[in-house]
Design a protein around this ligand. Structure first.
Ligand code: SIN
Length: 328
């Protein structure tokens, strides 16, 4: 009888212990608005995972650089202060130079080419290249092609001369402005609106959805549709956190993330056109469409950047990315 009572007590305390176990918390920190591809992807992930693992995993999303700016977020992941982020691929150069391939101006013809490269063997290899730094890349997420905004019209490269442009923390992006005799200024995303508004800088490069959601179009008189580069993300976590997830939890987290990324990519596609149209309709900024010869001038002017960074990035990787422009 005593044995039965002891066994019952054990079962009861195990069940009670199981019920009371604190959920695993995943803090997802990012810098953009909620109404963007990344913002919506993060919310979708939270919804999916909390539906599938109620009480076991809790996701807290911190948008708008509430928790960390992109220059600090990878460090915060390694330290375990946050568990998930999706920084722009342009913000990884202190960890590896390989991702700089994505910053080369006029490399990709369109977002389909970007997608093909990311899914290629070389693109997938890049995702795992941060393991030695304690980071695990879980997937790519799209935003879109970048446009150039300024407080004066930019038709050809000579129009950029002497102007200050904010760039992300990437030497390739800085060089891209230096070769057209402009002055790049590396600043966090959270400071861009104020820098533009106070005219501390003259312009910046970004996607339609970032220009719209952060209201840059309200403080820039012109936006030139250059499609000169890509702004995409790596969804990243810490190697330690990922390895430490229980084996019944990790696959569910991974599946939910992949589904959220697919959703985020659909949002990226829709918002790219929608937000461009919303900016045009606002009449606060004039959108300039380049002729093919004007676009060619920008392409030619920025071409020396490829050579400058070829050794750091690797000629093979650049070639692989270029191949993605061809549809097989
Ligand atoms: C982002 O889309 O996450 C930020 C891009 C930027 O810093 O311009």
């Amino acid at each position: 009888m005593r044995k039965l009572i002891t066994t019952m007590c054990c079962i009861f305390s195990m069940v009670a212990g199981g019920l009371n176990a604190a959920p695993i918390e995943i803090k997802f920190s990012h810098v953009v608005a909620e109404n963007t591809p990344k913002g919506k992807m993060a919310i979708r992930f939270k919804k999916l995972i909390e539906q599938r693992l109620p009480g076991k995993v809790k996701v807290s999303v911190f948008p708008n650089a509430q928790l960390f700016n992109d220059d600090k977020v990878l460090e915060a992941i390694i330290l375990g202060d946050v568990q998930l982020a999706a920084p722009s691929l342009s913000k990884l150069e202190t960890y590896t130079k390989k991702f700089q391939v994505f910053d080369l101006p006029f490399l990709f013809d369109d977002m389909q080419a970007v997608e093909r490269f990311q899914q290629s063997e070389e693109g997938q290899k890049l995702l795992t290249s941060l393991e030695s730094k304690g980071l695990t890349g879980l997937g790519y997420l799209h935003n879109g092609m970048k446009q150039l905004s300024a407080n004066e019209p930019l038709y050809d490269p000579a129009d950029a001369k002497g102007k200050k442009f904010r760039v992300m923390a990437s030497d390739v992006l800085a060089a891209q402005f230096q070769v057209v005799n402009a002055n790049p200024v590396k600043k966090p995303f959270s400071e861009v609106f104020t820098l533009l508004q106070t005219k501390a800088i003259d312009g910046q490069e970004n996607t339609w959805s970032n220009i719209y959601s952060k209201k840059f179009f309200e403080v820039q008189s012109h936006i030139t549709e250059t499609d000169h580069g890509v702004l995409d993300y790596i969804v990243v976590t810490s190697k330690e956190f990922w390895a430490g997830l229980p084996s019944d939890i990790r696959p569910v987290v991974e599946k939910s993330l992949q589904e959220a990324i697919t959703f985020g990519n659909q949002v990226a596609l829709q918002k790219d056109e929608q937000d461009k149209q919303a900016i045009i309709a606002s009449k606060k900024s004039t959108v300039i469409e380049l002729t093919s010869s004007q676009r060619q001038q920008w392409k030619q002017a920025m071409a020396p950047v490829w050579k400058e960074f070829q050794d750091e990035i690797g000629a093979d990787l650049i070639e692989a990315a270029q191949k993605a422009n061809q549809i097989n």
